[in-house]
Structures are given as C-alpha cells and as structure tokens.
Design a protein around this ligand. Structure first.
Ligand code: MSP
Length: 511
C-alpha cells in the first residue's frame, strides 16, 4: 500500500512564496523519510487554477486565463525542481483529465441526492474564494486574512447537502488522529457544533472554471474542483485516468498537510463530499501555522514578501530547509528573521556538525595514515554509542508523529554531545602518550561513527548535506542497503580511506 501525502494545490495568482515553499519542503522531507523506510510513496503537489481570483488576475494582466495559468504553473514546477522537491505527481486543475474526474465525482454525489438548486446570498472574499461572516454587514468590512473588501453575492447556485452529514463529521473530528494539532481540532469541533449549513458548489458569474454537466452557465465552485485534484492526481500519467483508477491507485491520502486557514475545507467539507461519493476519507489533516517575517505577516501590500528564489541563490537549499524544519514547530506560527537564520545555520550546521566532522577527520588522517582508525572489533558500548541509539529511537518516534522539529533537534543533540565527548577526552593530548594509542583509536572511531549516524539521520531533512558528510567519510552510504540498517552502530569501515577534509557548508554572512 502506498503512503499518500499532499501539499495544498497552490493558487496561481502569483509565483510561489516562502509559505508555499515551507509546506512543500515539509512534505518533501516526510516523503523522503517514508521512502527511506521502504514504503512506496505518492507525493502529490500541484496548482489550483480556476475561480474568480485567477480569472481576475489574468484579466488585470490583459492575458487569457489559460495563458496566465500556463506561465505561473510552469514557474511552480520549475521552482519545485530548483528546490529538489521529490514529488511524484504534479496536478493542474485546468487539465482535461482532472475535469473528467470532477464530472465522475459529481455524478456520484448527485446520485446520493446531495445536490439541489438554491439561492446563495452573502459576503464573499475573492482572495479566500469563500463566503465570510461580515459582522458589520458593510461593503467596507475587510477579510481579516487578505485585508480586502468583501463582495456581496446574490445568485442562483447548486448546493451540496452538507447538513446531512452533521453526525458523520462530528464523529470523524472527534477522532484525535484526524485533525492535528490539537488546538486546531478544537476550533473545528467548535465550528461544527454550531450546525453545518449546505454550501454552494457552482457559480454563474465565473467563466474560468469547469462547466457543471447539464446545468447551463454554471461552473464548479473552485474549491469543489480543487479538492478533487488530490484524487485525480493519483491516476495522472498512469495510462488509464479515471476516478476508479485513482481510487484503486492509492486513495485515500494518508495526510493532507495544509495551512490553518484552509482547515475547514479539508476537515469538514471535503470528508462530507467523499462520504457522499462513497469514497474513503483521508487519514489525517494537519494544519500548520503561518510564516511571518521579522514579526509581521508577509504580504505584497506590506512589501515584505520574501522571495524564495533569492534565498535559494544566496544561501542554498539546505540552510533554508534546516531553518524551516528545525526552528518552527509544525502547527505553530513561525517567524523568518534573517539574523536568527544566519546564526542557526552557522551554529548548528557549520560549527556543531561541520567542524566536528572536519576536525575529527583531520586528526584521523594525521594519526592513522589518512584512514579511519583500524580498531580490533567495535569499541565497547560507550556513552556515544548509547546516545546514538537513543537518538535514533527518539528521532524515528518524532518523525512518525510528524514532529520534524524534534527529530532535527535529536540530531543536533547528538552532535553537541559528541563535541563535548571529544573535548572531554582530548585525544590530541592522549596521542602524545604512547600507551594511550588504542584509546585514541576508540575515541576517534566513536566520533566518526557518530558523525556517520548524524549524516544518515539527516538524509530526509537535508539531503545535500547528508551526501557531503558521507563523501567526507569515504562514501560508505549504500542505496542498496535499507536505510534503517545503516543506522546500526559500527558500520564505519575500519581503516577505510578518508578524503581530504572540505567544509561541508560555508558559513553564512548577515545581510
Ligand atoms: N488553492 C487553495 C488550496 C486548495 S487545496 C485543494 C489555497 N491556495 S493558496 O495558494 O492560497 O494557499 C496555499 C497554502 O499556502 C495554504 O495552505 C495556506 O495556508 C498557505 N500559506 C499562505 N500564506 C502562508 C504563510 N505566510 N505562511 C505559511 N503558509 C501560508 O488556499
């Protein structure tokens, strides 16, 4: 059975920003981890191309929506490649294949008698593509997320009978594993307890959308169409493309990783739509927090949007991945501060991990003929080998429960303690005393083996840095051997050659 993980399908009103990179990097790390554990993974990402927001963006630019979507979707695709995102499926909701699956799904829901024609009146945020409460009932009230005026809508729409699924949804969200983190689950429980209202799934004033079969002038509401992208992605490029193929190809998703602002759609509307269509429900919806910059929400109007491309060119992938994964608890809001970013990368990666490897490798090369010390059998169980074992167990436990920050901190903790061990044992003093020669061998072996474990644990989080560590240790990581087996203590080859040390990461500069 495949492990299916999804990013949100990003609106193509603009190119990716750090928020979209953030979610995608986390998913990438989880996907890499699951693959390393030997699971088949379907990592789905893509773009949400329909709706009023995109239609308007294109018209404002003076181009056809399809041309605009082609341009921005390609930018997303290129960006994901630049960031080395290991997605398996990239779905575009404007594709013909997707359209046919939306039609099939709609027929199922119609057969369940869950669609009817009604009148939709209310205040709409085009940015969110969502009807909103308007406490002032005025056209000057602004959406708290987009800071833009809401628009009054009054039109005939098709409705989906969400209210029919009140008790099923209540039961679903009461499962602690369905919505994470806990605080977010409580928000949704609170929302659902007020009573679910049917919601409209078609529009008559939006031409840039999928036409609703048998209903003249109606296109599907962008969210109804977009959520189905997760399903249609599965049979994309698989020869046969249909709802059944997607279902047998891996549905349901194991985890939808999304931002907290779109939790209702994923944890309430989407499951109800799936129940109506007789389909299985996603196993988990994880709502992460928002990224701010130097304490302020990132936004075009504030002029403080961080361009991920400039971060990539200036600093490279791994420093940004490390900061986003290690410094932000998945589920909490996180702040991007330039100084903190530089300090963390320099301290954790360059000083703590990089220097540990470099200085130990230099000592080993100098004292043991450019090699890993040739020890007789493994050194006895010692503080570093015990700590490494404990680190591995904790890391796996944290990764399995999507606590990636804690998994990353486990690695760092092992590196910090290995540095302390080295400073405490002072092999540079012992080497001058002849009888202590074998003790020095054991110390150096322990430290090098610990850095090997550190590098191996870093593989799903910082793939490039992990490979550089491996290279410095004589390229002993093997893709043919299960990753978990390579986390065993004592794999470092006695007397294998150590190449000339090279810093695995350059220190970053402020600014
Ligand atoms: N198209 C919908 C999702 C449809 S999923 C079937 C959408 N797109 S979006 O581009 O507006 O947002 C995509 C994701 O980016 C959302 O999960 C949103 O929470 C996230 N973020 C937007 N701004 C963000 C930050 N500043 N920080 C972190 N994530 C942010 O919603």
């Amino acid at each position: 059975m495949s492990f299916v993980i999804t990013t949100p399908l990003y609106y193509v009103n603009d190119k990716p920003h750090l928020g979209s990179i953030y979610t995608t990097i986390i998913c990438d790390s989880i996907a890499r981890y699951k693959r390393l554990l030997g699971q088949k993974v379907i990592f789905i990402t893509g773009v949400d191309e329909h709706g009023l927001k995109i239609q308007r963006t294109a018209y404002e630019k003076g181009v056809k929506p399809e041309n605009h979507c082609n341009e921005i979707s390609n930018i997303f695709l290129d960006n994901w490649k630049d960031w080395d995102i290991t997605f398996d499926k990239f779905i575009r909701t404007s594709s013909r294949d997707h359209e046919s699956i939306v039609g099939e799904f709609y027929n199922r829901v119609r057969k369940s008698d869950d669609i009817y024609m009604g009148v939709q009146k209310g205040w709409y945020c085009v940015g969110c593509e969502e009807f909103k409460d308007n406490p002032e009932n005025s056209s000057t009230y602004k959406c708290p997320i987009h800071q833009k005026n809401l628009e009054w809508k009054n039109e005939e729409n098709l409705f989906f009978r969400l209210s029919k699924y009140q008790s099923e949804i209540e039961q679903l969200i009461s499962e602690p594993s369905f919505i994470e983190p806990k605080e977010r689950r409580n928000e949704i429980i609170n929302f659902v307890s007020k009573g679910l209202k049917d919601f409209s799934i078609s529009r008559t004033n939006v031409s840039w959308g999928i036409p609703v079969p048998d209903t003249k002038d109606h296109t599907f509401y962008v969210w109804f169409d977009a959520l189905l992208g997760y399903v249609s992605a599965i049979s994309l490029n698989e020869g046969k493309h249909s709802l059944d193929e997607s279902i047998s190809g891996g549905w349901p998703a194991d985890i939808h990783l999304i931002g907290k602002d779109i939790l209702r759609f994923h944890a309430v509307y989407w499951p109800a739509m799936l129940i109506s269509a007789g389909m299985k429900l996603p196993k988990k919806v994880f709502g992460h927090g928002f990224l701010t910059r130097e304490g302020q929400k990132m936004g075009k109007s504030l002029g403080n949007v961080l361009d991920p491309n400039s971060l990539l060119t200036k600093y490279g992938k791994d420093p940004v991945r490390w900061y986003l994964i290690k410094d932000i608890t998945l589920g909490n809001d996180g702040d991007f501060q330039n100084k903190r970013f530089v300090d963390i990368v320099n301290n954790d990666l360059a000083n703590t991990i990089g220097n540990l490897l470099n200085r130990t490798s230099s000592m080993s090369r100098k004292w043991f003929d450019n090699k890993v010390p040739n020890i007789d059998g493994l050194p006895d169980e010692n503080e570093i080998s015990s700590l490494a074992k404990e680190t591995i167990n904790n890391y796996l436990k944290h990764f399995d429960s999507y606590k990636l920050d804690l998994a990353a901190k486990e690695i760092l903790n092992l590196a910090i303690n290995t540095n302390l061990y080295l400073n405490d044992k002072q092999p540079w003093t012992l080497i001058k005393e002849d009888p202590k020669y074998s003790e020095v061998k054991d110390i150096i072996y322990n430290v090098l083996e610990s850095t090997r474990i550190i590098g191996t644990l870093l593989l799903p989080i910082l793939p490039d840095l992990s490979s550089k560590i491996d290279l410095q240790l004589g390229s002993i990581y093997s893709k043919e051997i299960p990753w978990k087996e390579q986390l065993e203590w004592g794999i470092l080859n006695n007397s294998s050659l150590l190449p000339k040390p090279n810093p695995i990461i350059d220190k970053l500069e402020y600014g």
